[in-house]
Ligand binder design. Structure first.
Ligand SMILES: [Mn+2]
Length: 422
């Protein structure tokens, strides 16, 4: 029986920047992205939609994130198109936290959350999905067997034989939130291609999630079995470098044929501004403005962009003079960014008495100043390095804009506990 489905992953609903004015608009990006996929699902008359993990950005979400998710998924529910999902590392929740938001969505019939149960000796059991309870690990649509496995941790590769053993049907698809090393080498939660390949004997289509960059996995003899659509919106800086979208898949006569459908993510730019040899802050600021304008020239589409800005070069004035406020004013005039992260890597060139030039980076200067401040308090004298590192780490978190004030206080409290030996 021919069937058609959409495979997406890593939607990251609830992600936003908590500091600054763009919070609501950025949050809405991820909902609109999913809404666009839901609309396509209806237009393409698909049999089901797969979400291979990380529907939510965090395990604990705000009530309004939950409400908005329901609103976005409603058209699928109304059209009786099953939305089949697994948990990712982002929306996985610790067992002690009672019921997860994903479980709640499943009980309410908005998604079918697949999760296997485990035997005492570590085996996997994919129980038939129970619509009433919203629970199970396996369901059948037309004659395709769909199995779901969420994020199972860093040792996922070792579990493959046991996963394959648990599946005795033919014509199978597996939803699995895991990365394959060759394609997503920087994160945890990956497995080696050799560890993954045995899945190809049991599953015609392994619907992956986790790596935000799209990729396909082949067996050594060249059969494609692993499909990772990547995140359809740009979640983190760096994701402007590759295509964004999802897979629209047709299954006919046991063959899966996929097309990558592009989505329309928010503009994101990584800009390196070279201010080498600028003599004073005014000249540097003008250079910054000019380079910024030409970097953005080609790609303005009316939406406020996300900017990752890095200033480099050796200058003849104190890098502190180009403070964040001055830089932000120029950015505001040039492109009104929704969010900007600024890294000032300028270094000051000083002339020593022997005529040799020495340079000091802004990072060095910051560290020196913090050391002095911390060291001036006798209570903190023997913890200078640790506290300087903590201050800088917290500064970075604030600038990234993803943590709340409460979470920042939590980090401080933890440090206090640690020093008390607790
Ligand atoms: Mn993710």
């Amino acid at each position: 029986m021919p069937l058609r489905f959409i495979h997406t992953a890593d939607i990251h609903l609830g992600k936003t920047y908590r500091h600054g004015s763009g919070e609501a608009e950025r949050s809405e990006d991820f909902f609109l992205c999913l809404a666009g996929i839901v609309k396509d699902a209806l237009a393409e008359n698909v049999d089901f939609v797969l979400i291979a993990g990380d529907l939510f950005h965090t395990g604990q979400i705000l009530p309004r994130t939950f409400a908005r998710t329901i609103e976005i998924l409603q058209p699928l529910k109304d059209a009786c198109i099953p939305c089949i999902a697994v948990e990712g590392n982002h929306d996985w929740i610790h067992r002690r936290d009672s019921i997860s938001w994903m479980e709640a969505l499943s009980q309410m019939g908005y998604i079918r959350l697949l999760r296997p149960s485990r035997t005492a000796d570590g085996g996997y059991v994919f129980e038939p999905f129970d619509e009433e309870q919203g629970r199970g690990g396996h369901l059948v649509i037309k004659d395709l067997n769909i199995y779901g496995l969420g994020y199972i941790g860093a040792q996922a590769g070792h579990h493959v034989p046991r996963i394959c053993e648990a599946v005795t049907t033919d014509n199978n698809l597996l939803l699995f939130h895991v990365g394959i090393w060759t394609f997503s080498p920087v994160e945890i939660g990956n497995m080696q291609p050799e560890e993954a390949h045995p899945l190809a004997d049991r599953f015609g289509y392994v619907a992956l999630g986790h790596g935000h960059k799209p990729y396909l996995v082949e067996t050594p003899d060249g059969r494609t079995y692993g499909f990772n659509p990547g995140s359809p919106e740009r979640v983190n800086f760096g994701e402007q470098k590759y295509a964004k979208g999802y897979y629209l898949v047709d299954l006919e006569d046991g063959r899966f044929r996929h097309v990558f459908r592009a989505t329309d993510p928010r503009p994101m730019h990584a800009v390196v501004i070279d201010l080498d040899e600028a003599s004073d802050a005014e000249t540097a600021l003008e250079g910054f403005r000019r380079q910024m304008a030409s970097a953005l020239d080609a790609e303005q589409d009316g939406r406020r962009p996300l900017i990752d800005l890095k200033l480099v070069g050796r200058v003849a004035f104190h890098p502190f003079e180009l403070g964040r406020e001055r830089l932000r004013t120029v950015l505001e005039e040039e492109c009104r960014p929704l969010h900007a992260e600024i890294r000032n890597h300028l270094s000051l060139v000083t002339r020593g008495s022997d005529g040799e030039s020495a340079k000091k980076s802004l990072a060095d200067i910051e560290k020196e100043v913090l050391h002095e401040l911390v060291g001036a308090n006798s209570r903190y004298k023997d913890r200078q390095d640790e506290l300087v590192a903590l201050s800088l780490a917290m500064r970075d978190l604030v600038l990234k804009g993803e943590v709340s004030d409460e979470e920042l206080l939590g980090i401080l409290a933890q440090k206090d506990d640690a020093s008390a030996g607790g």
